[in-house]
Design a protein around this ligand. Structure first.
Ligand SMILES: NC(=O)c1ccc[n+]([C@@H]2O[C@H](COP(=O)([O-])OP(=O)(O)OC[C@H]3O[C@@H](n4cnc5c(N)ncnc54)[C@H](O)[C@@H]3O)[C@@H](O)[C@H]2O)c1
Length: 425
């Protein structure tokens, strides 16, 4: 089976390399020539250690080929996976220009029976638009949403929690059944709308769970409770479960915030209000402000105060900066006149190009030097292992606002820090 992957982001590369590991020959195409050149040379355009290693192995085994010419890439393809980005506009609508352009290129350049798989996250409106562009009887369309987590992209695509395929087309269904036969995961074959809604409901549910615990954390803060104990007591109920109950400054990234806003906007157009998901988004948009409030509570005016922001990527284990909550904090602090120094283990290089501040570095000690306060904005577990005594001795002040509740507040207090988590006593 000849496979073509269009779009070499997290989803495209993880999907294609997993299929190569399963023994398929996989071609990749992306309009970004720089990314294709990097990949041809065995280098990933982003940080994903396991994917990096298997990319090199797959190149050596000649199981993967990278193209910057669409016509050549698609020539013999029997199955085409569309994995391009589907960002949203400020009003929540999908910016579908990239995915529609891909559909038009397929229509222009491909003859003969081809199974087209939409792997990108699309709402029913975008799905219908792609379907009408690819209405020729030779195109056999399916929706096959991806659920991977960045930082665990390869493991998640090789061992997915479930494989969801939505199609009304017999050939597409049979082809994907065969393609995924060696994947040991529950498989759900359903209609396209249901498959689309499984994806949106999954991400929206996670968004609601996070905003829910954050709301409880805000109350716990006010009343003097301990959110760690509260989340534990809540999560031990098997009907609720312990995952995604970590309180903090909210979720970011390229998926959760986007998908939650997008489905609310789309549903509204159909006459349905998704009030719970909407509330989760709205709470998330302002949850980061808890950090600014806490800083002001201890430092008074932030004008001229030196503040270190620890963590720039949207979560630990990735260098992805898209929609990172850290940048909301950074812009508010800048507006308040604070002098900023930024740390991240990986994303500091990308961040350096984006923001002009006093210092952006991967050395936490250098960043902490002479600061009044440190804000933990990303859940890098590595922060637990830093030498906090040394950090304290380098700082001018002694305040830590742990926006991810990852540090040991008791230990830090013993060292001489003033420690504040989110909803933590
Ligand atoms: N990143 C995730 O964790 C994740 C998880 C599940 C689902 N998704 C969804 O999967 C889709 C892709 O996400 P991603 O994070 O991999 O995106 P990405 O931004 O990392 O990569 C998208 C790629 O598509 C390419 N592209 C755009 N227009 C193109 C065109 N006309 N022709 C060829 N290539 C083109 C871009 O150059 C880019 O390399 C999105 O719909 C996203 O919502 C993402």
């Amino acid at each position: 089976m000849n496979i073509l992957i269009i779009g070499v982001g997290y989803v495209g590369l993880a999907t294609g390399i997993s299929l190569a590991i399963k023994g398929y020959n996989v071609r990749f195409y992306d309009k970004n020539k720089e990314k294709i050149t990097l990949l041809k040379n065995g280098k990933l355009p982003f940080f994903e250690p396991k994917l990096q290693k298997t990319l090199i192995e797959s190149l050596n085994d000649k199981r993967v080929i990278f193209f910057d010419n669409f016509k050549e890439a698609i020539a013999n393809a029997e199955v085409v996976f569309i994995c391009v980005g589907t960002p949203i506009f400020k009003n929540g609508d999908t910016n579908s220009k990239d995915i529609e352009k891909v559909a038009m290129e397929i229509k222009k350049n491909k003859q003969g029976k081809t199974v087209i798989v939409i792997r990108s996250t699309v709402n029913p409106k975008v799905y219908n638009s792609i379907k009408s562009i690819l209405s020729d009887k030779d195109f056999h369309l399916a929706v096959n949403p991806e659920f991977l987590r960045e930082g665990k992209a390869l493991d998640d695509t090789l061992n997915p929690s479930r494989i969801v395929v939505g199609t009304d087309d017999k050939l597409a269904k049979e082809t994907l059944k065969k393609l995924y036969s060696s994947f040991d995961a529950p498989k759900i074959f359903t209609d396209p709308i249901s498959a689309i809604l499984i994806k949106y409901a999954s991400n929206s549910f996670l968004a609601v769970k996070i905003s829910f615990i954050n709301e409880i954390a805000n109350l716990s803060d006010k009343l003097g409770g301990n959110i760690d104990d509260i989340a534990k007591g809540l999560g031990l109920d098997p009907r609720i479960g312990k995952d995604f109950l970590k309180a903090g400054i909210g979720f970011g990234g390229s998926c959760l915030p986007k998908d939650a806003k997008n489905i609310v906007k789309y549903a509204k157009e159909t006459g349905i209000n998704l009030d719970i998901i909407d509330a989760a988004s709205k709470l998330n948009d302002k949850q980061y402000k808890v950090v600014i409030r806490k800083l002001k509570q201890y430092l008074g005016s932030l004008n001229g105060k030196k503040i270190a922001v620890f963590g720039l990527s949207f979560k630990g284990g990735t260098d992805d900066l898209r929609n990172s909550v850290s940048f909301r904090i950074i812009s508010d602090l800048r507006r308040a006149g604070a002098i900023l120094k930024l740390h991240d283990y990986l994303a500091w290089i990308k961040a350096k190009e984006l923001v002009k501040v006093t210092l952006v570095s991967n050395d936490p000690y250098l960043v902490a030097e002479d600061t009044d306060a440190i804000v933990i904005a990303t859940d890098w577990n590595e922060y637990l292992n830093e030498d906090w005594k040394k950090i304290k001795s380098l700082m001018k002040g002694n305040l830590i606002i742990d926006g991810r509740n990852i540090l040991d507040g008791g230990l830090l207090k013993k060292i001489g820090f003033t420690y504040e988590g989110i909803g933590r006593k």
